[in-house]
Ligand binder design. Structure first.
Ligand SMILES: [Zn+2]
Length: 218
């Protein structure tokens, strides 16, 4: 007799699940964030960030869920309709020079990350970009900053920026030979209204603290 398990049995199915998990990891882009009272050095790979309205949702206690607001493509947004307020965010690609060791003991350094900053930080970076251009540089491209996060109330992308130097392409390659500007089209691609409604349905059944501000990281 046919069973719903027929298509889910055995190692072929497991391989499919494994493949899906790998794809998820491959398409997952790491967003830069700093713990309070910590700093590091970052290098901008680009400037003139794409700027969109974005929602951040807490799902199963996890804040690492970002959804582009459908208003950016001129559609009614189910998240806005549900009362969630989007914020304005600009996106840069950076190299994060922070060194860290994973569970397998592999040391990571100079990783390419998505640097998503909100309105106030965007204003600071706009000024910093203009300053670099006045100095004859290509805006923030290649600019290395010491970035520091004052306290837990400060943006997790840091609130103090100190310009150090501008790196050449060769310098950047030396840090990370694979460094390339991230594919914003793919990362920020709006979901369909149905997909967003499905996520909303999941939320209303699991969380009553939908709009809680605690533990926000991004
Ligand atoms: Zn929206």
């Amino acid at each position: 007799m046919a069973s719903f398990l027929d298509s889910r049995r055995g190692y072929d199915h497991f391989e499919k699940v494994e493949k899906e998990a790998e794809d998820r990891i491959a398409s997952f882009v790491n967003r830069f964030w700093l713990p309070p009272e910590k700093g590091t050095k970052i290098v901008f790979l680009d400037d003139n960030p794409p700027i969109i309205e974005e929602h951040q949702l807490r799902i199963d206690g996890n804040w690492r869920n970002w959804i582009s607001c459908l208003s950016i493509v001129g559609q009614p947004c189910p998240l806005c309709e549900s009362g969630d307020k989007p914020y304005t965010a600009g996106f840069y690609t950076i190299i994060d020079t922070t060194e860290w060791t994973d569970k397998k003991g592999i040391v990571h350094k100079n990783e390419v990350k998505l640097y998503c900053v909100k309105f106030q930080t965007l204003k600071k970076l706009k000024r910093a970009s203009a300053k670099q251009s006045e100095r004859g540089k290509n805006g923030l491209v290649g600019a290395m900053f010491e970035v520091y996060r004052g306290d837990s109330k400060a943006p997790s992308t840091g609130d103090e920026f100190e310009y150090l130097e501008t790196l050449s392409d060769v310098d950047i390659r030396a840090l990370n030979p694979k460094a390339a500007i991230l594919d914003y089209e793919a990362i920020l691609k709006p979901k369909s209204p149905d997909e967003i409604r499905r996520i909303l349905g999941k939320l209303s059944s699991t969380a009553s603290d939908f709009n809680s501000e605690e533990d926000i990281q991004y």
